[in-house]
Design a protein around this ligand. Structure first.
Ligand code: ATR
Length: 269
């Protein structure tokens, strides 16, 4: 049996087993199984060892271990290295390698829609956690300006410290930049149904051109997105990013790029 795993804490919300097992069946990989496991930080080394020993073929990493896993790995791909964020483990030859498929997953989620382009646009990013570096990395080349706010300001400032493009500006929590074209929630607030960021976006009222994007896909409409929809803004949840990052991980492990079609999309509803 070829074993695959997604690890995180919490892990209950993850739909990775659902989609990967669906693709494994669809593409006739009958000797493969994908499970989820809630782990603690002290378990990370042993998970990597299981990949090294071939007991696990592939692993996905989710909150809050995307950075914490790095010291235990033999190798990082270029994007994982630049973002210091790993969501996929695989041993292609003799080194357990950490890959980042979140960046390509995020870009694929909106570039498929020609109406949504962010070249030379202003972006407001909320959060400075494990996945934020992937969102910043995806956007920084083409965006005009990236504003970042985080409850713990120091973590947002780390992005500014590394930025040589001069495009990043840190905003105090509760303060807002001028109206941006894209507002992305990268925090974990909203994973629990009733949670709210408590930021107010009154000045975005009836602005149909702004996209509010939440990387959370379960629940499929967080309060962040619900409020935006009621205000008249465009909204997108993290479902397409999730499917694309999963598809890219699946391709690394199996060599097959799975079709991201209506059936796959509906699985997550
Ligand atoms: P890590 O920071 O360890 O990478 P994460 O789960 O990837 O963990 O990131 C959580 C993100 O959600 C952080 O930006 C966090 O803000 P802090 O850096 O201030 O902790 C944010 N977050 C979590 N709970 C929050 C809350 N109740 N209000 C605002 N932001 C919150």
């Amino acid at each position: 049996m070829k074993k695959y795993l997604v690890i995180g804490n919490p892990i209950g919300h993850s739909s990775s087993p659902l989609i990967h097992n669906y693709w494994m069946k669809k593409y006739n990989l009958i000797d493969s199984v994908y499970e989820k496991k809630k782990v603690e930080e002290e378990d990370l080394e042993s998970i990597v060892k299981q990949v090294r020993d071939g007991k696990l073929i592939g692993v996905n990493i989710t909150v809050p271990f995307k950075k914490k896993i790095i010291p235990f790995l033999d190798n990082l791909d270029d994007v994982a290295n630049q973002t210091q964020s790993v969501n996929t483990l695989f041993k292609p030859y003799d080194k357990v390698t950490g890959f980042n498929t979140d960046v390509q997953g995020f870009i694929a989620s909106y570039t498929k829609d020609p109406a949504i382009q962010y070249d030379n646009k202003n972006v407001f990013i909320i959060g400075a956690g494990g996945v934020t570096s992937s969102i910043v990395f995806s956007l920084i080349l083409n965006a005009k300006k990236i504003y970042i706010t985080n409850r713990t300001k120091k973590k947002a400032e780390k992005f500014k410290d590394k930025d040589i493009s001069g495009k990043i500006e840190v905003i105090d929590w509760g303060e807002k930049p001028k109206v941006c074209d894209l507002v992305v929630n990268t925090t974990s607030v909203g994973l629990k149904k009733d949670e709210s960021l408590g930021l107010d976006f009154k000045e975005y009222e009836n602005n149909k051109n702004v996209l509010f994007y939440d990387i959370i896909y379960n629940p499929n409409e967080t309060n962040f997105l619900k409020d935006a929809r009621l205000r008249g803004n465009k909204t997108m949840n993290g479902k397409m990013m999730f499917l694309h990052q999963a598809g890219l991980a699946f391709q690394k492990w199996t060599g097959i790029y799975p079709k991201i079609d209506d059936e796959a999309t509906r699985l997550l509803d």
